[in-house]
Structure formats: structure tokens, C-alpha cells
Ligand binder design. Structure first.
Ligand code: A2P
Length: 337
């Protein structure tokens, strides 16, 4: 049995990874439809060893599509995902459009896979990239001892902002090394050789939308509104792979040694934790282009009787977005759709 699969936003950074991962994992695709705006309709994208034509979303008839992976931004998802669902497709949406709707499950494949069947609107939401890698690492700790509070600082790659941001980092880096000015376009200030404490948009409480996603999505996925989440999101001049420094205050005591053992057995997690140079994960040495969520620098918090420090790194386009979306599609197919 194969499926007619649509990828909406197929020309984007996440869409490209979705196509690559569908092919890599040999997802049972019968027909693949690549959709984008009229700007790139008529072009082609790679799907495995094949090229597929890019078609315009606005004029495409979704009848017959069985699985639709959306990653073209929240406005596009709001407008088109319900139409695909009404036409019979299971929509797996990577945008923030539906993540907090009560009748849309928010699924991390290793954490709450059972939620995929609970989709009255035919839509399943894929979490934000930073929340995704955080929870692959933290769900086992939450199950074992309960998490009371998280204090997070992120170091997020530019690919999370999309293709134009990848180009901006490359252009500014090359330009600055050639004594040209940086000229920010996608980010409000220079990103090359800099760090920017601003992800998404500012909200009324002074936090950014990327920070508030960590708060709300963590609680929804773990099903526990009592978890305190304090986050600072920072954009760094890294192409692929988000990093997070996380202080975890647990309800019952969990030592660093016990946390390390727990994480070594956790699905989707790879522990890289030796107290020597390079004995920790980084975006470039470990995460970029790979599937696991890497955890290192596991330490007891010396200032608190029930707290740990972790360093969590993963490829934001893969586990943080496209891989989890494909894993959700695999769960949907395994359950007989
Ligand atoms: P396009 O190539 O036509 O602009 P990224 O996050 O890397 O910037 O990618 C965004 C993706 O969403 C691209 O594939 C882009 O297609 C697609 N997209 C953006 N706006 C629309 C739209 N109005 N209709 C369909 N696809 C869209």
C-alpha cells in the first residue's frame, strides 16, 4: 500500500528536509506532490534520486491526497490545511497555526505517539524545533521523577528562520571578511559574528514568541500545566543545529549519574558526555545532518538539592521539524491511517 503525499512549502528549508527524509526512510509514497507559492511553481525539487515539479498551492485540488505535510508558515496552514483535511488528507502541520487548539494533538514521536489517533479535525501539529529536542531529552526525566521547573537558554541556528536566513548568514560572513558592510534584511541586526537575543516576535509580556512556544508547548505535550518554564531564546551564527543550556529542577531527586543512565536508554537520545575537549555534542561535530537528540554536560546543580544541568543539541530541520513530521506520518500509516 502506498500513499499520495503532498509537501506544502516543498522549496523551503524544512520542505527540502521533508522530501529528503521521506526518501531516506523509504516512506511508502505512491505519488509525491510538491507545492509552493506561484513564485517557485514551474521549478523542480529533489525527491530521492528523482526530480519532481513544483506546483502552485493556490490552484491545486487536494482531492485524493492522503497525507499532507505542511511547512509554509502559519498563514498558509490556516488557509489551506482545513481544505486538505476536508478533502480527506491527514494533515501534519509544522507551523504554529493549530498547536494550541484543544482538538489538535501536538506530537513528539518518542513522547506522546498515542496522540496521533486523537485528531477530530484531521490535523496533527508538529512542535516548534526548540521544544522538540528539549522534550525528547526531558520526557524520560519527567516520567521518572517529575519536572518542577525548567530554566532554558537556547543557541538557535539560522536555518530555523528559513532559507533566506541561511543566505543572509552566508552573505554577511563572506561580505564582512571582504570588508563589506553587513546589511541586515531577515534579522533586525547583523547575525554574522554576532548573537541576537530575539527569536520570532515580541509579545506583550516582553518575551518573544519563540520563548513563549517553549512555555506553552512543553506543558501541552507533557500534559502538565504545573511545569514552570523560563526561557531566553538566542539566535547564533550557526547554519544547522540548535543547542540548549537547560537547568532542570525535578520534583524528586535525580542525580546526574542516574540521569545519564536514564538518558542512555531513552529513545531518540544519544548521550555524549565525557569531561574532555570534544566530549560533548555541538551542532557541527554531532547534530548537523543527523537524527538524534544529543545530550552532554550532565551535571548536578551545585546550588540546588534537586536540579540538574544539561546541554541538548539536535538538527533543528531534522528532529526539530521534518524528521518528526515524517515519524508522525509513519505512526499514522502504522495505525492504518
Ligand atoms: P516559495 O518557494 O514559493 O516561496 P522557508 O521557511 O525556507 O522560507 O520556506 C517557506 C516555504 O513556504 C517555501 O517553500 C515557500 O514557497 C512556501 N510558501 C510561502 N508562502 C507561500 C504561499 N502563500 N503559498 C504556498 N507556499 C508558500
Amino acid at each position: 500500500r502506498t500513499y499520495k503525499v503532498a509537501v506544502v512549502g516543498a522549496t523551503g528549508a524544512v520542505g527540502e528536509a521533508m522530501l529528503a527524509i521521506l526518501a531516506e526512510r523509504a516512506f511508502p509514497v505512491g505519488e509525491l506532490v510538491a507545492l509552493a507559492s506561484e513564485r517557485s511553481a514551474g521549478g523542480e525539487v529533489a525527491f530521492g534520486h528523482r526530480k519532481v515539479p513544483v506546483r502552485e498551492l493556490a490552484t491545486f485540488d487536494p482531492a485524493g491526497v492522503e497525507i499532507a505535510l505542511f511547512s509554509a508558515g502559519a498563514a498558509v496552514s490556516k488557509a489551506y490545511a482545513p481544505r486538505f483535511a476536508a478533502a480527506g488528507a491527514v494533515v501534519i502541520d509544522n507551523s504554529s497555526a493549530f498547536r494550541h487548539d484543544d482538538d489538535v494533538p501536538l506530537v513528539v514521536s518518542e513522547v506522546n505517539p498515542e496522540q496521533v489517533g486523537n485528531r477530530p479535525r484531521g490535523i496533527i501539529a508538529n512542535p516548534n524545533c526548540s521544544t522538540m529536542q528539549l522534550l525528547v531529552a526531558l520526557a524520560p526525566i519527567h516520567r521518572a521523577v517529575g519536572i518542577a521547573r525548567l530554566n532554558i537558554a537556547t543557541y538557535q541556528a539560522v536555518s530555523g528562520t528559513g532559507r533566506r536566513a541561511l543566505e543572509e548568514l552566508g552573505r554577511q560572513t563572506a561580505g564582512l571578511l571582504n570588508f563589506q558592510p553587513a546589511e541586515p534584511e531577515v534579522y533586525p541586526v547583523q547575525i554574522a559574528f554576532n548573537v541576537i537575543p530575539h527569536g520570532g516576535d515580541f509579545t506583550d509580556n516582553g518575551y518573544t514568541t519563540e520563548e513563549m512556544k517553549l512555555v506553552r508547548e512543553t506543558r501541552k505535550i507533557l500534559g502538565d500545566d504545573a511545569i514552570g518554564v523560563n526561557a531566553t531564546v538566542v539566535r547564533v551564527p550557526v547554519f544547522y543545529g540548535h543547542s540548549e543550556a537547560v537547568n532542570v529542577e525535578t520534583r524528586a531527586k535525580l542525580s546526574a549519574a542516574d540521569a545519564r543512565a536514564l538518558l542512555q536508554a531513552a529513545p531518540g537520545v544519544q548521550v555524549v558526555d565525557e569531561p574532555v575537549g570534544g566530549g560533548y555534542p555541538t551542532p557541527v561535530t554531532h547534530a548537523s545532518g543527523t537524527d538524534p537528540v544529543y545530550v552532554g554536560r550532565i551535571r548536578d546543580d551545585l546550588s540546588h538539592p534537586r536540579a540538574l544541568n544539561l546541554w541538548i543539541v539536535s538538527d533543528n530541520l531534522r528532529k526539530g521539524a521534518a524528521l518528526n513530521a515524517v515519524q508522525i506520518a509513519e505512526l499514522v500509516v502504522a495505525a492504518g491511517r
